[in-house]
Design a protein around this ligand. Sequence first.
Ligand code: AMP
Ligand code: GLY
Length: 423
Amino acid sequence: MNILLIGTGGREHALAWKLAQSAECDRLFIAQGNAGTALSGENVALDFKDFSAVKNFVIQNKISLVVVGPEEPLVIGLVDFFLSDEQLSKVAIVGPAKQGAALEGSKDFAKAFMQKHNIPTAAYQTFTKETLQDGIKFLGTLKAPYVLKADGLAAGKGVVIPETLEAAIAELTDMLSNERFGAASRKVVIEEFLPGIECSVFVLTDGVSYKILPEAKDYKRIGEKDTGLNTGGMGAVSPVPFADVAFMKKVEDRIIRPTVDGLNKEKIHYRGFIFIGLMSVNGEPYVIEYNVRMGDPETEVVVPRIKSDLVKVLHAAATQKLNTQSLEIDPRFAVTVMMVSGGYPGDYAKGKEIQIKKTSESLVFHAGTKNENGKLLTNGGRVLSITSFGETIEEAVGKSYEQIGSISFEGQYFRRDIGQDLM
Ligand code: AMP
Ligand code: GLY
């Protein structure tokens, strides 16, 4: 079958790399991809926001399966468009409809969903400009630190955790009165701070049944020992040692099954990935957030561990036949280390030439890269994601650092402590 994958990052290179290995895959198109996805398929200059252009492309190229990488196409209703179009309604598409995408697109919706379906999460209340004074009073009832979340999509920057009540009040006022995050902070969720250790669980559902994919831990801060600014993610490890059988059973019973059943009960069309950000508080799992897509760079460790044919699995999810599939997972550790442009997550230069002097068994997934006149150039903050396998985290991460040793571009930076907290 012909497949269209939407997205441009390291997540999409890992997905493209895996989809292209399937005997079921004839032509693979990536909109718009990067220099890495071009090694696994054909990059196309298609804008997902232009739904009628997507429709023409899907029909002209006889696409049978569409895989949506990022959340934005889902939040703006790409799946709804397919479902309501006569010619497209037969095309299998992986991702939730708009209503399901609100699990990521609106923190308030996600919290209300969890409350309704008894899914463990931090206690919370939601406020608007009109109820700012109530919000300030609510802050007074909580203990420091305070967790404030802009309701809408804010490019990963919408969560702030002030340490003092004064700072929290100032922050809340700025978010609501000054729309600090634009329309995204017209509503603000204030919630109880959960102390613990984080991990991400990935689920693929067809709306009725589900498969649990390998879990992962990512490293969000730019600096070693988790210091400095938040980034999209500087590295990831899978499996996560503390997510043992007992913990994962709690996650499945208290979170995964109630989530899928809740979507089903509410008749929300959801055939795609659910990314559950968890906090383990003394071994008890709580949901920090839902995302309606795979994580990046988590995909760069989760997908390589999947041994089964991903085209078959994804097609089955999109056509509600997931219960016919089984998943085989590589038991080894996979670790990815992200190489980023100097200055990221602030301003950084693009167009620096990348030299890869030697390759190894490590997987070099491209995030922000492009080809120009036969040269490989940086084209984003996150540039390359280097994934390796090992019997231990030490072994896997060591291989990634060795591969990084033969890659260079001006201003390159990476964290040297990926996985260290789990060893
Ligand atoms: P989110 O964008 O919802 O993933 O939040 C960003 C980060 O804020 C999370 O990865 C956590 O580290 C932290 N965080 C969010 N909510 C809470 C909470 N209720 N308690 C403690 N930390 C939190
Ligand atoms: N790495 C976190 C995310 O993809 O949201």
